[in-house]
Design a protein around this ligand. Structure first.
Ligand code: SF4
Length: 363
């Protein structure tokens, strides 16, 4: 385990700092410099403290420490892998599904994930936040589309905003009569838990709309005691919490890690929500699994852990066609209803042990 990074240290943003703090061997410095010329780096002290610099396969390091593999692009990878641009009527808004929009307020994050699906849009050197005029135009768009029931604040990470600014934004959204839900997607409770101050928690609650928070974590070690305390501050304030994880090779693509992650979420009052199949973001092939591996992991999870711990395994269809569940199927037809003989439709159904049964059963 890394022993050197004190929690009060600044966020590490340069390859040389990662080497200096023994998070990566000096032999990799030149590779890291090449990656840093293209993609942002940020490793907070809380995340750095979780990294075992002596372990070349450390699952936390794989998520945040750059790799030369990021400069290898594979066919099918795309700077806009889930097709945000095709559904963006005004800057900052992605309107893909009828009843909800993404509202991308900022383009900065506490940490930069090596597999990020918006890696071409986030980080220093990109526009850091929406201009005032763009913000007002985005609000006008939401106001004029009465079918928008839910606004999802994403980015970048919306909890990088100050509590004062967040309170203004929450107030602006809650003042729109048809907006009933404001959901924030964030990695901050895990990556920089000290940002979840009482002021931040107060800013997130607003009269007129219900706040939900989706917390992104991929390995059980990310739910450190500090992260758990930050999540508890949100849950204690009555804010419902759900999880988002990405299935990542070497990080959580084994049954024990995935099970421990889902149990940790539930222990923190975070309902497992989505397990995303890795998106086709440029230079991320080394971290992607196959869909078959994901299905096998989900099948195994169903056999071992409580229903509370089951996320939905989803794929964002490239091109902006939305999410589709891609988990295993437990039901198949034996026969369809026969109109002539009036024989009932029969199914084969697989139980949590993998045994196959008929439904309706034969007596
Ligand atoms: S926190 Fe989210 S938006 Fe930011 S780098 Fe990680 S995956 Fe991308």
């Amino acid at each position: 385990m890394n022993r050197i990074v004190p929690k009060l240290a600044p966020t590490l943003r340069q390859p040389a700092e990662l080497v200096e703090r023994c998070l990566v061997p000096a032999s990799r410095l030149a590779d890291l410099e090449r990656v840093a010329a293209r993609y942002a780096i940020a490793v907070t002290p809380d995340i750095a403290a979780l990294i075992d610099g002596d372990d070349p396969d450390d699952p936390i390091a794989l998520q945040f420490i750059p790799s030369a593999d990021e400069l290898v692009e594979k066919p099918g990878e795309n700077p806009d892998p889930i097709g945000d641009d095709a559904h963006s009527p005004v800057p900052g808004i992605v309107h893909r599904y009828p009843d909800r929009v993404l509202f991308k307020l900022v383009h900065v994050c506490a940490v930069y994930c090596r597999f990020c699906f918006r890696r071409e849009m986030v980080g220093p050197g990109k526009a850091t936040a929406l201009s005032d005029a763009a913000y007002r135009a985005a609000l006008d768009y939401i106001r004029s589309h009465r079918q928008i029931w839910e606004v999802i604040l994403t980015g970048g990470d919306p909890l990088m905003l100050s509590p004062r600014r967040l309170a203004e934004i929450m107030g602006d959204l809650a003042a729109i009569e048809h907006v009933k839900i404001v959901r924030l997607h964030t990695r901050v409770p895990v990556a920089d838990p000290a940002r979840i101050t009482p002021e931040m928690v107060t800013a997130l609650r607003v009269d007129g709309a219900t706040t939900w928070i989706a917390i992104h974590a991929n390995h059980p070690r990310e739910l450190s005691s500090e992260a758990r305390a930050a999540c508890a501050r949100l849950a204690d304030a009555g804010i419902p919490l759900v999880s988002q994880s990405v299935l990542l090779r070497g990080v959580n693509d084994d049954a024990a890690a995935l099970e421990a992650l889902m149990r940790a979420f539930v222990e923190c009052r975070i309902k497992p929500y989505y397990l995303h199949h890795g998106d086709l973001a440029p230079g991320t092939a080394h971290l992607r699994t196959t869909i078959e591996q994901g299905q096998e992991l989900i099948r195994g999870l169903r056999g071992r852990v409580s229903g509370l711990c089951q996320p939905e395994y989803v794929l964002d269809i490239p091109g902006g066609h939305g999410k589709a569940p891609v988990g295993p199927s437990y039901l198949s037809h034996v026969n369809s209803r026969d109109r002539e003989t009036d024989a009932e439709t029969r199914y084969r159904i697989v139980d949590y042990c993998g045994d196959v049964h008929l439904y309706p059963p034969e007596f």
